[in-house]
Design a protein around this ligand. Structure first.
Ligand code: ADP
Ligand code: MG
Length: 457
């Protein structure tokens, strides 16, 4: 420990020479060393924003210095005070006082304290899942297992951990095992290796997995094609089920689509399956507002137009949505810039256009749609990107925009680029307009149908 303190001091001295004062100040937020295990020096930082900043901008450099100073492979790892509280809580819950980091990878095992129900934004995409999760946390074993599924980055882990956090808060004595299916498989193999002569898994494994009141397994799809782990998991599942202890599972697909043994699949459908979909625009804006409270103190510094812009552009995945916001905030913070729409566009440009291949595909589709719409209405191609407000031109333009969005699912921002860099609000407006007209005017519907027929030829 003393060595670690000396190393940290030396690394700080090294960095002080390299960094401007203002940046070096960030490192002063590292308050102390929590512990040192196996060459990993766990540093304490006050909150997740500091952690994020240090991790993003300085950690790599710090570790480089560290490697220069030691011959062994030492490494700094950042923990927030909340994470440390959580580790302590989990240790108490498992009664593993002298926890072995080899066996318990803290990052994977512990519930993230910020993944609570309070921090979960509810929209039509996840309302049902949310309500069943709250019920699971508040009442004793109603659905067993509770099986939550949905695409990546839509809040499954968050919701599962919210159940766990709520259970722990309401009953500090409760014992809870949270694991990912990958970790489960790894544990299983480790425990087999230790017991090569015996066919059973190690005592540690059994103690760990059978000694809890609640079992949570994240991303169960990773059990696919792992017969041994599935067998073992089946036994553990039966054990919890028979004792009427709660099991919560998440997955990227419904149980009947999993590539695992039938008896597990059928067990999973004994309880309740509920899915989480993609959040709509309005929910995405609310998520951004909520995430912002973790990133900056005064959220009023960021205008709604910035959040609306980010919500328009990142419409597939909440993790990416949040990542975009974080990127924007850290860009403005580290260069000391105001949180404007302009800076949002600059800071996010790289990730918006990172997917070049997809971009080319979208450009090809846009060309095709513009060509067909232009010949259908007999309007010059250049009018799509031009400024004309003539009624028939606006109409053709709006229809082309509408089709790119609705038929081809191209992002508003990209569509705008294909129409003379019109902004996302204009594009959204064009789509709304056609949508309204479609409901009331059969001629519009006829035009749209005819064009779709040409596009599909
Ligand atoms: P999954 O497990 O489905 O891949 P996660 O639970 O890891 O997704 O969610 C990805 C990120 O998005 C997390 O940071 C999570 O907090 C956030 N997130 C997802 N849905 C919501 C929501 N409804 N409200 C607030 N944050 C959310
Ligand atoms: Mg997850």
């Amino acid at each position: 420990m003393e060595d670690a303190h000396r190393l940290l001091d030396n690394v700080k001295i090294g960095l002080k020479q390299e960094l401007p004062d203002a940046q070096y100040k960030t490192l002063e937020n590292i308050s102390d060393i929590y512990e040192v295990v196996d060459g990993k020096i766990y540093l304490i930082v006050p909150n997740s924003l500091e952690k994020f900043r240090i991790q993003k901008f300085y950690l790599e450099k710090m570790n480089e210095f560290l490697h220069k100073l030691t011959s062994e492979n030492w490494q700094f790892i950042l923990l927030t005070t909340e994470e440390i509280d959580n580790i302590k809580k989990n240790r108490a819950a498992f009664s593993y006082n002298d926890i072995n980091y080899d066996e318990i990878a803290i990052n994977v095992r512990s519930l993230r304290p910020e993944y609570t129900f309070e921090n979960y934004v509810v929209g039509i995409n996840n309302r049902q899942a949310y309500l069943f999760a709250v019920q699971t946390a508040n009442e004793s074993v109603v659905f067993n297992p509770l099986y939550i599924f949905g695409e990546v980055g839509l809040g499954k882990t968050h919701l599962m951990m919210a159940i766990g956090n709520s259970l722990i808060t309401n009953n500090t004595n409760i014992k809870l095992v949270y694991t990912t299916a990958q970790q489960f498989v790894e544990d299983y193999f480790k425990s087999k290796n230790k017991n090569q002569k015996s066919t059973s898994v190690s005592e540690f494994f059994d103690n760990y997995y059978r000694n809890a009141d609640v079992l949570m397994v994240d991303d169960i799809q990773y059990l696919a094609d792992r017969q041994g782990s599935q067998d073992e998991f089946f036994k553990i599942f039966e054990y919890y089920y028979e004792k009427k202890k709660q099991i919560v599972i998440t997955s990227d697909r419904p149980a009947n689509k999993l590539n695992i043994m039938d008896r597990l699949k059928s067990r999973f459908s004994w309880g309740l399956q509920v899915d989480i979909g993609r959040p709509d625009y309005e929910t995405r804006v609310r998520i951004l507002k909520q995430k912002l409270t973790f990133m900056i103190e005064n959220v009023n510094q960021v205008n709604d137009d910035v959040l609306e812009y980010i919500a328009e552009v990142f419409d597939q995945n909440v993790r990416e949505l949040e990542g975009a916001l974080r990127r924007f905030v850290s860009y403005c913070v580290s260069f000391n810039l105001p949180f404007t729409l302009e800076n949002a566009k600059i800071s996010l440009q790289a990730i918006i256009s990172s997917d070049k291949v997809q971009e080319n595909v979208a450009a090809g589709i846009a060309d095709n749609v513009q060509n067909i719409v232009s010949s259908y209405f007999n309007i010059p191609l250049k009018e799509f990107t031009g400024p004309s407000r003539k009624q028939e031109i606006v109409y053709a333009r709006n229809i082309a925009i509408y089709l790119l969005r609705v038929k081809y699912d191209i992002a508003l921002k990209k569509i705008g680029d294909f129409f003379g860099n019109r902004d996302h609000a204009t594009v959204a407006h064009a789509i709304d307009k056609i949508e309204t007209e479609l409901k009331s005017n059969p001629l519009v519907k006829q035009d749209v149908d005819n064009i779709i027929k040409k596009l599909d030829k």
